[in-house]
Design a protein around this ligand. Structure first.
Ligand SMILES: CC(C)(COP(=O)(O)OP(=O)(O)OC[C@H]1O[C@@H](n2cnc3c(N)ncnc32)[C@H](O)[C@@H]1OP(=O)(O)O)[C@@H](O)C(=O)NCCC(=O)NCCS
Length: 220
């Protein structure tokens, strides 16, 4: 891991600054202190990350990505555009945080989780309306490995989704769920709950960001 300790806003001539042999960052990249990044990762311009962010090997962060503080983004993970990953979020190996996804603080995303921003495929079908939906993963929620989240779903605070699940509808009540179709397995014990501070405000994308990165956004 390479460690970069200062806030940088470098204005070199070229698009990319080569930090290791094969790790690329834009010439203007804002990150907080104690930023670490592995090899063979790419960060596009228009990405912002906070303090104590660790990005693994072979990662891709597309323009519009926002990481808060204390984010761990493991090897082979990617974002595909505008997204927000909150404070103290852990994203495990090979997961895809798609454009339109908001991950609230203290959530856990297991390995190879797939998210997306469209439900109906517009490809080669100009007659179809273009619709981009916002997906939200709540405070302290857990999404088990190899879970697929349909575009636009809302996973509630402290909801636990077991590995290999397919989520096509909102799941709001804090409890343990799994499967395809998803079913409630168990109530959530106290020890599995993450306490959400009073006054916590869910993240929203600004109108400016939506217009730039999600021009076909439709409120769900
Ligand atoms: C959902 C989960 C937390 C439940 O664990 P648990 O409370 O110990 O549950 P149990 O193993 O006692 O199983 C309870 C029931 O749920 C079923 N079940 C558990 N996990 C399941 C899953 N992922 N998919 C489908 N059914 C599941 C069990 O078969 C069992 O069914 P039964 O009562 O009909 O026999 C756990 O199985 C899980 O999926 N954890 C996610 C792990 C993960 O993704 N880690 C990421 C590391 S990067």
């Amino acid at each position: 891991m390479l460690t970069v300790t200062v806030m940088v806003s470098v204005k070199n001539a070229q698009w990319a600054k080569m930090l290791t042999d094969k790790t690329y960052m834009p010439t203007v990249f804002k990150h907080g202190k104690n930023f670490k990044i592995g090899n063979f990762s790419i960060i596009e311009s228009g990405v912002r990350v906070g303090d104590n962010v660790t990005i693994g090997h072979h990662c891709l962060l597309k323009s519009g990505t926002r990481f808060a503080d204390n984010v761990n983004f493991a090897d082979y993970c990617k974002t595909t555009g505008i997204c927000y990953v909150g404070n103290n979020v852990n994203v495990r190996t090979g997961s895809c945080i798609s454009k339109s996804v908001i991950v609230e603080d203290k959530a856990f995303i297991g390995a190879a989780v797939m998210t997306s921003h469209t439900k109906h495929i517009h490809h080669q079908r100009p007659q179809m309306p273009r619709v981009q939906l916002l997906t939200r993963i709540g405070y302290g929620a857990v999404v088990g490995s190899h879970t697929n989240l349909s575009a636009g779903v809302h996973i509630g605070d402290n909801v636990v989704i077991g590995y290999g699940s397919v989520v096509i509808k909102d799941v709001l009540e804090p409890a343990i769920y799994a499967g395809n179709p998803l079913r409630k397995l168990k109530e959530l014990s106290d020890e599995m709950r993450v306490t959400k501070p009073d006054g916590y405000e869910e993240h929203i994308f600004s109108d400016e960001m939506l217009a730039k990165y999600l021009p076909y956004y439709v409120k769900g």
